[in-house]
Design a protein around this ligand. Structure first.
Ligand SMILES: [Zn+2]
Length: 478
């Protein structure tokens, strides 16, 4: 658990799976078609083409979804039929679906009865909040997810066949990455030659071990979680990983603090861009070379709502997602991503059509409610923690937990790696940086304390609040 503390949640990097369908010529043809035509689709599309395509996809997806038991019941009760949705705008006629409904329907209710679950891969969201959700994805889903990710490589002039790619994924047993790789790709390694340029590393390993592996592989591209990338940047700055000179780094899994981003870019001497995705949906958005944060609008439809209504463009609200492809568990108007985001009214200068994201604020179910209606979001918390890394240049801080007893009292629990006692800043110094960081954001009305604890359990929530959210009126985000 060395690198987790900057990641407020884990998302899957969409990765390749090579189960038997790959030996089926029809399936391979579909992939080839997808590779040749779909991968650059969004760049090729005009705004009108995109809308036309989305209209077609949502109708197809609804037709399929109506055969999936969990949705069948929900939609029948709401009087939904295939004709309810004619265009993407009609999507608001469909009811929302949440984590609770999907969990209750596991496993039989999540896929059509005619599809055998043996042909699907089960993936689970990771349980940082203690509640994990399992859903099913099909092989083509995974390929399209990968293609969504490959777009980001192409955006930066890289190719998964020509360039060396290191993916530092979450290979804990229950995660989506393990589903795709450990239970999918590895047991059928005969197709591994296709991926000889891809190195898979585990984000749960020690950063020094990961750095050694990178040093041998010499990747052109590194994709990983924010926390691990921060640690690697610090190691790089200390002279480790001499052979590691990536052209591009992609960060995922948590909101990347601008100063931490700057630190990683300086250490490795290459640009860092953000990719955003979830286990349930695959890739959602990525940063283009002009810095625009583009939703992959041909694969995913996003809505942002606040208090039951669409949020004005540019204002923060809850993210609701619809996956426009896939034959596993459909994701239609899914509310349980629990991220607060704001959309961007400005189109990007790169000319790619579709929705733009202005800012991702992070998980709203990991927020703290402060005096006077202010809400502290995980993005800000991560920003404070990351100062320890780029200001104090230490990896001694290995885990953290916030406990809010009431609006006016916050305790920061920290776990320190005492094997590093002889080097770097003192524990008192680390406490001071955290205390000042939080005090600056929360203001004098909140009493803050920092205490060292021996260890934190994996399943324990890292942000705990005893403030009752009922009747709490939000006036702004910190
Ligand atoms: Zn752009």
């Amino acid at each position: 658990m060395v690198v987790r503390y900057l990641s407020n949640y884990h998302v899957s990097l969409p990765v390749f799976d090579a189960m038997n369908p790959y030996l089926n010529p029809w399936f391979l043809l579909r992939i080839l078609k997808a590779y040749l035509f779909d991968i650059d689709r969004l760049k090729r599309f005009s705004a009108q083409d995109l809308q036309h395509f989305q209209n077609k996809q949502i109708r197809k997806q609804l037709q399929f979804t109506l055969t999936v038991p969990v949705y069948q019941k929900l939609y029948t009760d709401a009087g939904i039929s295939v004709d309810t949705v004619q265009s993407i705008e009609d999507i608001n006629k469909l009811p929302y679906i949440g984590k609770h409904e999907l969990k209750n329907a596991y496993p039989d209710g999540l896929v059509p009865p005619r599809i055998s679950r043996r042909h699907l891969v089960e993936v689970a969201t990771s349980g940082t909040t203690g509640k994990s959700l399992a859903i099913f994805v099909d092989q083509f889903d995974i390929v399209m997810g990968l293609f969504g990710y490959l777009r980001t490589l192409r955006e930066y002039g890289l190719s998964w066949r020509r360039n060396r790619i290191s993916i530092i994924g979450d290979f804990a047993p229950h995660t989506a990455e393990s589903g795709y790789i450990r239970r999918g790709l590895e047991p059928r390694f005969k197709l591994g030659f296709l991926f000889k340029n891809i190195q898979w590393l585990d984000t749960n390993a020690q950063p020094t071990v990961v750095m050694d592996e990178l040093n041998v592989f010499k990747p052109d591209f590194i994709g990983g979680y924010v926390g691990m990338l921060g640690h690697l940047a610090l190691l790089k700055e200390q002279g480790k990983g001499e052979q590691v000179h990536p052209q591009v780094i992609a960060s995922t899994g948590a909101v990347l603090d601008p100063q931490l981003k700057n630190f990683i870019e300086k250490s490795f001497g290459c640009p860092v861009f953000e990719a955003y995705g979830t286990t349930e949906t695959g890739p959602i958005a990525y940063e283009c070379h002009k810095g625009g944060y583009h939703v992959l609008s041909d694969l995913i439809h996003v809505e942002v709502e606040t208090q039951g209504k669409p949020a004005p463009i540019g204002s923060p609200g809850h993210l609701i997602v619809t996956k426009l492809f896939g034959r596993g568990t459909p994701i239609l108007r899914y509310t349980a991503i629990n991220d607060i985001v704001a959309l961007d009214p400005q189109p990007c200068t790169c000319g790619m059509p579709g929705v733009m994201i202005k800012r991702i604020y992070g998980r709203d179910d990991l927020s703290l409610l402060l005096p006077e209606g202010r809400v502290l979001l995980p993005a800000t918390v991560a920003g404070i923690y990351s100062r320890v890394l780029y200001e104090l240049k230490t990896t001694k801080l290995t885990d953290t937990r916030l406990v809010q007893h009431d609006e006016h009292t916050l305790q920061i629990q920290i776990v320190i790696d005492h094997s590093q006692d002889d080097i770097g800043p003192s524990v008192a110094m680390i406490k001071k940086v955290l205390l000042e960081g939080f005090q600056e954001k929360l203001g004098p009305a909140v009493t803050i304390s920092v205490v060292e604890v021996d260890t934190l359990k994996d399943h324990e929530r890292r942000i705990v609040t005893h403030v009752n959210p009922t009747d709490y009126i939000i006036t702004g985000y910190v």
